[in-house]
Design a protein around this ligand. Structure first.
Ligand SMILES: [Zn+2]
Length: 426
């Protein structure tokens, strides 16, 4: 009867520690046929026993522990050279795991699929944070390493993501997210690699099967040299596409630079909260259509007061025109438009920041206009980034890259959860 309630195959319940209000502790040992000697095939005998305490699923609404009295076996034949060994049963728990197998798979779903925090799940099970984390990483690694997780990809995106701020100076460390942004399906995080230099991402792509690499028609990137190099080196036949989000971000960055310079030129100090340009900074970078009449007239007033030569206004206008690149649907029209825009912005009469923006558009002309041919949107990379941000908020501050990698891949990497019951934890 008790065995039935414990719900594990081939175990004998040795006893239950049942103190009201405390964790339920169930002692078991294996009840099946003892294995035979691997060496001579003879009958084994019990040498000694060791107790392994395992976190288990809650039982009748109470936290539970399983104490597994594990057998150490040795050969019954005194002349056999077989040393002693432990009688394992992965249906109870895998070796070196601190949780029962069923609790391990449950915790992996809670943390990996549902995005609950390790601390919360550990509290529910009444065990240590590390016990849950190690378990999720063990089962999760097996799940995300499934080669079938990475399917045919026609568009591949590279994006830098802040991983951690470390040390006294909050030094930022970045990772590169590798995302499947194939048109017509939701984006999938394929993997993350350390750093934002070209080498790790190049190595990752080169490690994929050649058929997979050859299927990639489009490579999406921010306006950065390293990722351009990744595609040049690893996927030379892939057309590169500049991510619209990053193109607009560059335009906003130039606008900001211009605002700060004009601020300093006119008032001789950095922005203070009463300065018109400082007060205009949020209105300036906001999308024009998102400004209501009040916002518009406020912006006009602040510019009239703080921007005597109209430089910030020009930079603001340039940003808005860059945004409008993405209102164009026709590829040929977009090429003409971007080409003319890049030339116009470089006009000597414009503020230096606007000229610099024009040079950037000229340098990335092909990548920017490829977007109109590829019809990959920037939505996917962003949606994956939002999922990553959610996991980072929950895990507040990952220290270990591998823990971060497994957690974000479980959540945003579309692992096949149907495999969970059959995988072997690593
Ligand atoms: Zn033997």
């Amino acid at each position: 009867m008790c065995e039935l309630l414990v719900g594990l195959p081939e175990v004998k319940v040795l006893g239950v520690e049942d103190v009201a209000g405390e964790t339920l502790v169930v002692h078991v040992e294996q009840a099946g046929d003892r294995p035979w000697c691997h060496r001579c095939g003879g009958r084994s005998r019990v040498k000694d026993r060791a107790q392994v305490v395992l976190a288990d699923l809650a039982c009748f609404g109470r936290r539970a522990r399983l104490v597994w009295h594990k057998f150490r076996l040795c050969c019954g034949d005194g002349d056999c050279e077989m040393g002693s060994w432990t009688w394992e049963d992965p249906r109870i728990a895998h070796s070196r795991q601190a949780m029962t197998d069923r609790a391990g798979r449950w915790a992996t779903v809670q943390v990996g699929m549902l995005g609950r925090s390790v601390a919360e799940v550990a509290r529910e099970l009444g065990c240590d944070w590390h016990t849950v984390n190690d378990t999720v990483v063990s089962y999760g690694t097996a799940l995300v390493d499934d080669p079938a997780r990475i399917a045919v990809t026609t568009a591949l995106g590279l994006d830098e993501t802040l991983f951690v701020r470390r040390g006294e100076w909050h030094r930022q460390e970045f990772v590169t997210s590798i995302v499947d942004v194939s048109p017509g399906r939701t984006a999938q995080l394929l993997d993350v690699v350390e750093g934002r230099k070209a080498v790790p991402a190049t190595a990752w792509i080169n490690a994929r099967p050649s058929a997979w690499r050859e299927g990639i028609a489009w490579g999406c990137l921010d306006l950065s040299g390293p990722y351009r190099k990744v595609f040049d080196d690893a996927l030379p036949n892939t057309a590169q596409v500049a991510d619209p989000f990053h193109v607009v971000k560059v335009a906003n960055g130039k606008l900001d630079e211009c605002r700060r310079r004009v601020q300093n030129d006119t008032l001789g100090h950095r922005g203070r909260k009463t300065d018109p340009l400082f007060r205009a900074r949020r209105l300036l970078t906001k999308a024009h259509e998102r400004l209501d009449d009040k916002g518009n007239s406020k912006l006009a007033g602040l510019l009239a007061a703080g921007d005597p030569k109209g430089e910030v206004r020009t930079a603001w206008h340039a940003k808005e025109v860059v945004r409008s690149i993405y209102d164009i649907s026709d590829a040929a029209l977009a090429e003409t438009f971007v080409c003319e825009l890049a030339t116009d912005l470089q006009d000597q009469d414009h503020p230096v920041e606007v000229q610099s923006l024009g040079r950037t558009l000229a340098r990335w002309f092909e990548e920017i206009t490829n977007w109109h041919k590829a019809s990959v949107s920037n939505g996917p990379t962003e949606s994956v980034n939002n999922l990553i941000k959610r996991i980072k908020r929950i895990g507040f501050g990952f220290r270990t890259f591998n823990h971060y990698r497994i957690r974000v891949l479980l959540y945003a990497g579309k692992p096949n959860w149907n495999l969970l019951p059959t995988i072997t934890p690593r």
